[in-house]
Design a protein around this ligand. Structure first.
Ligand SMILES: [Zn+2]
Length: 91
């Protein structure tokens, strides 16, 4: 297990697999994913959320407030660039 933090929002595919760091789940076709799950390079996983914009936001919030704030000093340094951009825009 890697011990660096690279958090992002993954999508859970119908076969149960999770998307990788480079997949921007918000750009995938509707119903590609059963759920969104906040995920981190260190192996941390958040709770599954609905695969919609609200679910994405919930994952992002969970990742930052629950995970990164407790183990990465409360900074956004551990956030994947696509998530950090989205977070900065406040969406
Ligand atoms: Zn982590």
């Amino acid at each position: 297990m890697a011990d660096f933090h690279c958090g992002y929002v993954a999508g859970r595919y119908r076969d149960g697999a999770l998307s990788d760091t480079w997949t921007d789940v918000t750009r995938c076709a509707e119903r590609t994913f059963l759920a969104y799950v906040a995920r981190c390079g260190c192996g941390w996983l958040g709770d599954p959320q609905p695969a919609n914009p609200d679910g994405y936001y919930t994952c992002q919030h969970e990742l930052i407030s629950t995970h990164l704030s407790s183990c990465a000093g409360g900074t956004l340094a551990g956030l994947h660039p696509t998530v950090a951009r989205r977070h900065a825009r406040g969406s």
